[in-house]
Design a binder for this molecule. Structure first.
Ligand SMILES: Cc1cc2nc3c(=O)[nH]c(=O)nc-3n(C[C@H](O)[C@H](O)[C@H](O)COP(=O)(O)OP(=O)(O)OC[C@H]3O[C@@H](n4cnc5c(N)ncnc54)[C@H](O)[C@@H]3O)c2cc1C
Length: 336
């Protein structure tokens, strides 16, 4: 049975079954955090999953929902593949167009010689399913509505985090996992500053119902010079259309992103007929999405060296990343 507490309404942390001490703290209940928390708990560890949003149904807005086939073994290990299929997730493949034409309609094979596939499923569907699965995992205590305010150190070594919220308090564990997104506040707290650079590209995204596909439920992608186009069929008949290009084409999108997106997609060979599909809301235009590159700061390196010099297994702090979360670093001491 899960143990869920909300910072705003829950009892003091000292009243938790583990008295605020866990084997692992996972900061952030997005896809990375929920995955890490469930995997640790499946290995009989006591995990606190800490998330500053209180809403269990929250989901990431900016995503095109294509889970690559390489993730399927992990989805199976989590027990998430069945839940995705039950929720209408689409087994995916990808046809890619380049100036040489379409890639062949031949699926790659997995290690058993079977066609490999991933899933397309909307984040509004996927995120709450995975969060519920993780919450219901024995050994996971979820602390929702609790943001990490600062790191707690013992003898100069990170030993826990100080949580905000009306039920503020300290939780401790020998392993702390930062899964708090690409702009990771936790990384900042340990002194890791990413190098950022301007993204020379922009993107436009819109969902439709009733898009006719080129082949079965296969996704489509066009690579034409600086332009990229995508068609991603998802659960519940919703297809996400995405167009990305260099910023010299951005002005054409400012006045009417809906019209510009459909016009740009129509320019690709064998493009779907979006005029006969039902748009679900307006196009989302993403003009500036910074690139991040991890540069471990001197402070983090100093801490790492000091921990190593003290010898033995002390405390570990590590960060995990999913596909686009590049602002990450490993920061851990080793057992001597
Ligand atoms: C345009 C676009 C398209 C994409 N398309 C795809 C795709 O098709 N397929 C794919 O696999 N990936 C795709 N991605 C990437 C994917 O969306 C991300 O890699 C993934 O969602 C990141 O998950 P995460 O759990 O690492 O971070 P997040 O989803 O950002 O989760 C971080 C969590 O940490 C919480 N948090 C933050 N700070 C604190 C704190 N101090 N205390 C407590 N909690 C905190 C946040 O509330 C949040 O819930 C796309 C990304 C973009 C931008």
């Amino acid at each position: 049975m899960s143990n869920t507490q909300t910072c705003d309404t829950g009892p003091p942390l000292s009243g938790s079954p583990t008295n605020g001490r866990f084997d692992v703290l996972v900061i952030g209940a997005g896809l990375a955090g929920c995955t890490a928390a469930r995997l640790f708990a499946l290995h009989d560890l006591r995990v606190a999953l800490i998330e500053h949003r209180a809403d269990m149904t929250a989901f990431k807005q900016l995503c095109t929902h294509f889970i690559q086939a390489s993730a399927t073994p992990t989805l199976r290990h989590l027990g998430l593949d069945r839940l995705i299929e039950d929720a209408g997730g689409v087994r995916n493949g990808l046809d890619i167009w380049t100036r040489y034409g379409w890639t062949g309609d031949v699926a790659p094979l997995d290690e058993n010689g079977e066609p490999a596939f991933g899933y397309n499923i909307q984040r509004r569907t996927l995120d709450p399913i995975l969060r519920r699965l993780t919450m219901d995992t024995p050994g996971v205590t979820t602390l929702f509505g609790c943001g990490v305010r600062s790191l707690v150190k013992q003898d100069g070594i990170v030993s826990g985090v100080d949580l905000g919220g009306s039920r503020a308090g300290v939780v401790s564990a020998p392993l702390i996992v930062g899964a708090d997104g690409r702009s990771s506040p936790l990384a900042t707290l340990v002194g890791i500053k990413p190098a950022s650079s301007e993204n020379s590209r922009f993107g436009a995204f819109r969902a439709y119902r009733g898009v006719a596909l080129r082949r079965g439920t296969c996704s489509q992608m066009w690579l034409r010079g600086p332009e990229t186009g995508y068609v991603f069929p998802n659960d519940n008949g919703v297809t996400v259309i995405a167009y990305m290009a260099t910023k010299d084409k951005l002005d054409g999108f400012r006045a009417n992103p809906d019209e510009a997106l459909e016009r740009s997609m129509a320019g690709f060979p064998d493009a779907p007929d979006l005029a006969s599909a039902e748009p679900l809301g307006s196009a989302l235009l993403v003009k500036d999405y910074l690139n991040f590159r991890v540069v471990p700061a001197k402070a983090a390196q100093r801490e790492l060296k000091r921990s190593a010099a003290q010898g033995g297994l002390r405390h570990r702090l590590m960060c995990v990343a999913t596909r686009s979360s590049r602002r990450r670093a490993r920061f851990q001491t080793r057992s001597s």
